[in-house]
Design a protein around this ligand. Structure first.
Ligand SMILES: NC(=O)c1ccc[n+]([C@@H]2O[C@H](COP(=O)([O-])OP(=O)(O)OC[C@H]3O[C@@H](n4cnc5c(N)ncnc54)[C@H](OP(=O)(O)O)[C@@H]3O)[C@@H](O)[C@H]2O)c1
Length: 382
């Protein structure tokens, strides 16, 4: 990692404050009684990152030094990473999912989630200051991800880290929780007393959805593997059906206002749609935009995906009287703050099953992909 003392960041005299005190291990000039210091501070200009120069298996990931840290835009925040979690999107992107979008942009830096400390802020950032512990997540199509010592996120993608949990625990939360938030709060607009079915409550997004629905005083039913039944019930689900042992269509009674389908296969879609009341919302996480674009190219694939989505929406409205959605994670600062509050109140968490060092990123991807570790895997920065 290289630090350049004389680098000037035009930040209007505020904002960009550096890690000089902490990282360079020295006190910069400009203390009380000295002349006012100019708007230039020392920050990292290069750092370590896990680069993806080509699509492939875990061996395609390369830990490199001297990766450039670009200047911040006005609304951006430089975050010194302490922990990042591995999402299924990371392993899928590494293997080539979304290649129609990402191939021309290689090399990529994977990673959506982050927990760390604010190292510098752009000129218009008001809600965060240097040194604060923060957590947050990048949107699904970001090409400069979080597997890097210094990640760049926009202000609305970050908030203060819950004080009660570690960086490793915090890094497991944002991407999954904001995906669940997008579905349940922004799309279905769940409210007290409604019935919510979460298909796949054993995964990170599904478990986040159970906790968000319970926090909104909904009645929650979920399907999950046997090892996740007790955890789902402890989180407040009224019923947790082991999909490996039971017929979920027989085990679950009554209709629902909202169904979040984290699996999104033809069978779970059929079951989920049939469980909805008229006017209910079905949301799948397996939208087809990227896969159709990969298959047919962006120019044909994206319009084909739009047409497919509209056709399904029309068909299900006509046949079942329900609303059908493809849900994609989006940054939502209000949602992230609410998730932090729930976490601090002890009402929201995503269990971390295994922590690797960032230098072991290949082993971590391999373990996650081979399903050797059922739950969340986190990469820790040394
Ligand atoms: N569209 C978006 O923006 C977006 C955002 C985030 C995630 N995703 C996608 O959503 C999916 C879930 O993500 P995640 O982060 O929650 O993954 P995850 O933590 O790896 O969870 C996956 C879980 O699904 C469960 N499962 C598998 N088959 C099932 C079935 N037939 N019925 C019920 N549960 C089943 C398993 O839980 P058990 O242990 O209980 O068997 C597994 O642990 C992934 O495909 C991911 O790519 C999409």
């Amino acid at each position: 990692m290289r630090f350049l003392q004389s680098r000037v960041i035009k930040d209007g005299g505020r904002g960009i404050a550096a890690l000089a005190d902490g990282i360079l291990g020295c006190k910069c000039a400009g203390g009380e009684g000295s002349l006012p210091r100019p708007a230039s501070r020392s920050i990292a200009t290069t750092c370590r990152a896990v680069m993806l120069p080509r699509f492939g298996g875990p061996e395609a990931l390369q830990l490199r030094d001297n990766v450039e840290v670009p200047d911040l835009k006005q609304n951006e925040v430089l975050v010194r990473a302490r922990a990042v979690s591995i999402n299924p999107l990371d392993t899928r992107m590494r293997s080539g999912y979304g290649r129609s979008i990402f191939e021309p942009l290689l090399p990529l830096i994977l990673g959506r989630d982050i927990s760390g400390e604010v190292a510098a802020v752009g000129a218009s950032v008001r809600s965060l200051t240097v040194g604060q512990e923060v957590f947050g997540a990048l949107h699904p199509t970001a090409i400069r991800g979080t597997y890097i010592d210094y990640a760049i996120l926009s202000e609305d993608e970050l908030t203060q880290k819950p004080k009660s949990i570690t960086h490793e625990e915090a890094s497991a939360i944002p991407f999954a929780a904001l995906t669940a938030w997008r579905a349940l709060k922004s799309t279905a607009r769940i409210s007290e007393g409604q019935r919510v079915l979460v298909i796949g409550g054993g995964g990170a997004v599904g478990f986040a959805a159970i906790q968000l629905a319970v926090a909104n005083e909904c009645q929650v039913v979920t399907t999950c593997g046997s090892q996740s039944v007790d955890r789902s019930l402890a989180a407040g689900a009224q019923q947790a059906v082991d999909y490996t042992a039971e017929d979920i269509e027989l085990a679950i009674k009554g209709k629902f206002d909202a169904v979040l389908d984290t699996i999104g296969g033809p069978e779970t879609e059929r079951i989920g749609i049939n469980f909805l009341k008229r006017g209910g919302h079905y949301m799948t996480l397996q939208g087809e935009a990227a896969s159709l674009a990969d298959r047919y190219g962006l120019a044909v694939g994206l319009p084909a995906a739009t047409a497919m989505l509209m056709k399904k929406q029309f068909q299900y409205r006509y046949s079942h009287g329900i609303e059908y959605f493809w849900t994609y994670m989006r940054a939502d600062s209000e949602g992230l703050v609410e998730i932090r509050r729930l976490s601090e109140a002890g009402r929201f968490h995503i269990p971390v099953d295994k922590i690797f060092l960032i230098t072991q990123v290949r082993e971590a991807h391999e373990a996650k992909e081979r399903k050797q570790i059922p739950g969340k895997v986190v990469l820790k920065f040394d």
